[in-house]
Design a protein around this ligand. Structure first.
Ligand SMILES: Nc1ncnc2c1ncn2[C@@H]1O[C@H](COP(=O)(O)OP(=O)(O)OP(=O)(O)O)[C@@H](O)[C@H]1O
Length: 747
């Protein structure tokens, strides 16, 4: 049964939709009921952790015995058995404030106790989770034991989410992104590699996959596209946040419709065919992510980031995989031999290759910004403001998780765990983060939360909060189901249709070329003279074959190698990684650049449905190439190539073909340049707009200040006039008095 919101899977040509279930479109081949999986990771002690020990405000005490034991109570509760409180000053270097006596349990290290306000009972609590990773665990271990299951489910067709949660400096980014210092890949990269490997090695079914990724961050309650094209250097932040105002072109909006649920308008999605494609994009996104130095972490993430991979898959039909117009990469020979040998009808080919439900699943990998106290970080100004936004959104996430866990508990009590109480209000809309995570938290996904815990004794209070959050999240039940779409347009189906159409054209082109060769001795004559129409035919078919290969290289097949060499028709050279933009990150642009629609999300509570827009550049480009080649082929077929005297009678027609060819090439170049220009101009415009906005705001402020000053000035003038009048009056009175006095003296 669907959760409270009705949500549809992505419609990539229009906008990015956060996949979630929609009853009308689901064919539940499989449904699973799971609680959210929660694991804890204790970060190793760092040299910087010791500096807090000498801070009297954060002083910890050390028990006389550092040997730790645990007592198991009948209730299942575990408490440290030697939690005595006698103390020596300061934390001991290298010792973590948390211990994991069993792989599922975490307790506060009884050897290190705070001498401040925390009550003893709180210090003695033992928390139990699906898995607890101690200080020496590596990312690979966390991935294998806690995340891999979610990733595998995604390849099978379930939605999945993995979050890193925890206070600032607890190791979230290390976990999700990895570290060059320890030479460890993060969960994101490990998951990406695994997905391609799982697709390649899937032996139980013959499926084909289309994968696309997006990467965004939520900074100060604004969503920014980390893969936005043609961002200038000012948008790259490196290790230090220098610019906290991004041009509006990279900012995207959440939009919600009754039928389609949560969508992100204007977010860039890139089709990827191998791990290195994804890694290039990750590098671009990571370099743009807003990072800044705080009192607790020299490179603290100032935003929540969401990396999302969408998988579309379907059973590959035997016709399309082994037929004469086969869809595997090896089957479209560039010389076309294997293509021309086919005699199956186009309709038959189209029917078998394009039909069949498409499965859509997504994997969201989320690195949350860490909660932070102003006191601990010592942040001021921009950092403090960022911290406030971060804390507020994490607080909302906490409320949402709290509500959901209460609901799950109630549902379980009523022995009706498949149904969520109908009108329960969950405050998803209180922050962008929870709105984005709503489809994951709301039920139809397999979720794993990695709670990162600082080993510093000075942070135990905050760590208790993290563990409480994890304990609550663990009770939330999820009912994930596979989403299959039988009748809607999916990107995979669009591509298949395009491929089949191109193949049909290719077949016709070859047929026409073969007929031409038979019918025209003049062509042989021209070939000998070096002016070959056969060459031109071959050029045309090569363009078609290249287009087919290019499109097919985007579709991955189970059991096939993913490192497919793509034939690039329109490619930009790879640039140096340090100087690259998203447009440079992939060998050929295959982006689905959804147009940013100006939908005001403040009043987009439930917006009306909109017609889908065919705004994929790739599809447009292909349509254009198809129509031009179609015209060329048609003209060739329609007009006889030779005159009765055997000489080439229509040099004009050949010229026309040549012109069309030149036009086609020119248009390709113009189109590429126009795209580049338009993006560049858009950025320029956006920057100008933001500048004008800032200036307008400044002028408004100045005007207000001027008005206030004018008002104050007028009031001062009035007060001065009144004072003057009073003085004059006093003078007058004094004069009268002295007159009276002199009169009295005279008398
Ligand atoms: N498992 C680990 N092994 C070694 N070093 C680690 C590990 N986890 C974290 N660190 C180090 O701890 C420091 C803080 O980690 P990280 O930046 O990942 O924290 P964070 O939780 O993402 O912080 P913030 O919320 O402020 O962004 C970094 O120097 C990182 O290299």
């Amino acid at each position: 049964m669907a959760g409270p919101t009705s949500l549809l899977p992505p419609r990539p040509l229009e906008s990015v939709i956060i996949p979630s279930p929609c009853k009308s479109q689901l064919s539940n081949e499989a449904t699973t009921t799971n609680n959210i999986q929660v694991c804890i990771r204790i970060r190793p002690v760092l040299p910087s952790d010791h500096s807090t020990a000498s801070n009297p405000a954060k002083r910890v005490t050390r028990s006389t015995s550092s040997k730790v034991g645990v007592t198991r109570h009948a209730s299942g509760l575990i408490t440290p058995s030697n939690a005595c409180g006698s103390s020596v000053a300061d934390a001991v270097a290298g010792e973590a404030a948390w211990l994991s006596p069993t792989p599922q349990t975490i307790i506060q290290n009884p050897a290190l106790k705070q001498d401040n306000s925390m009550s003893g009972s709180k210090q003695d609590v033992a928390y139990t989770f699906d898995r607890v990773y101690d200080v020496d665990a590596k990312n690979g271990e966390v991935y294998e034991e806690s995340v891999r299951g979610v990733v595998r489910s995604c390849v099978e067709g379930f939605h999945g989410s993995v979050f890193a949660y925890g206070q600032t400096n607890s190791g979230k980014t290390h976990t999700m992104t990895g570290s060059s210092k320890t030479n460890e890949s993060g969960i994101i990269r490990l998951a990406v590699e695994d997905i391609f490997r799982l697709i390649q090695t899937q032996s139980c079914s013959q499926r084909e996959y289309l994968l696309r990724v997006s990467y965004l961050e939520i900074y100060n309650e604004q969503i920014y596209d980390l893969l936005a094209p043609h961002s200038s250097n000012t948008h790259r932040f490196g290790s230090n946040l220098q610019h906290h105002h991004l041009p509006p072109s990279t900012s995207v909006r959440i939009f919600e419709s009754r039928t389609e649920g949560v969508q992100i308008r204007g977010l860039r999605e890139e089709i990827v065919t191998c791990p290195s494609d994804v890694f290039s994009l990750l590098d671009v996104g990571d370099a743009r992510r807003k990072v800044g130095s705080t009192g607790m972490n020299t490179s603290s993430s100032r935003s929540h980031s969401v990396f999302r991979l969408v998988l579309e898959s379907r059973v590959s039909s035997s016709k399309s995989s082994s037929g004469p117009l086969a869809s595997s990469n090896s089957s479209v020979a560039s010389d076309g031999d294997s293509v021309t040998s086919g005699r199956s009808s186009v309709a038959q080919s189209l029917g078998t290759a394009v039909k069949g439900p498409v499965r859509i699943s997504s994997l969201s990998l989320v690195d949350l910004a860490g909660s932070e106290s102003v006191k601990a970080t010592g942040s001021t100004g921009v950092r403090q403001k960022e911290g406030q936004y971060i804390n507020k959104s994490l607080l909302t996430l906490g409320h949402v998780v709290h509500k959901l866990s209460e609901m799950s508990a109630r549902a379980e009590k009523e022995s009706n765990s498949m149904l969520l109480p109908p009108k329960e209000h969950i405050p998803y809309r209180d922050s962008k983060l929870t709105r984005l995570l709503q489809p994951s938290l709301g039920g139809n996904a397999r979720v794993c939360i990695i709670c990162n815990v600082s080993p510093a004794a000075a942070n135990v209070e905050e760590s208790h909060n993290t563990l409480k959050f994890g304990s609550r999240a663990k009770t939330i039940q999820q009912h994930a189901s596979i989403t299959e779409i039988a009748d809607e347009k999916t990107l995979l189906r669009s591509y298949r249709e395009e491929i089949e159409e191109l193949k049909r054209q290719l077949k016709e082109a070859r047929k026409s070329a073969a007929e031409t060769n038979v019918q025209t001795p003049a062509i042989k004559e021209r070939t000998e003279l070096g002016s070959s129409s056969e060459d031109e035919d071959q050029d045309d078919t090569h363009v078609l074959v290249s287009a087919i290969k290019n499109l097919e290289s985007l579709i991955l097949k189970t059991g096939a190698k993913s490192t497919v060499k793509k034939i690039v028709i329109d490619s930009a050279p790879m640039l140096d990684a340090n100087d690259m933009d998203v447009d440079d990150a992939l060998p050929s642009r295959r982006s689905l650049d959804a147009d940013l629609k100006k939908v005001d999300d403040t009043d987009a509570d439930v917006a009306p449905d909109e017609e889908p827009e065919e705004n994929s550049h790739l599809i447009e480009e292909l349509h254009r190439i198809q129509s031009m080649l179609g015209t060329v082929m048609k003209k060739r077929r329609d007009k006889p190539l030779t005159s009765s005297n055997g000489k080439n009678p229509t040099p004009g027609r050949d010229e026309e073909v040549e012109n069309l060819r030149i036009q086609l090439k020119e248009q390709q170049i113009t189109s590429t340049m126009r795209k580049a220009d338009s993006s560049f101009l858009q950025n320029q415009l956006a920057e100008k707009q933001s500048f004008v906005e800032d200036l307008t705001k400044l002028l408004d402020d100045l005007e207000k200040r001027q008005n206030t000053l004018d008002r104050e000035n007028a009031e001062l003038k009035k007060a001065l006039a009144a004072a003057k009048a009073k003085i004059e009056e006093g003078e007058k009175e004094r004069a009268e008095m002295s007159e009276k006095l002199s009169q009295l003296q005279k008398e």
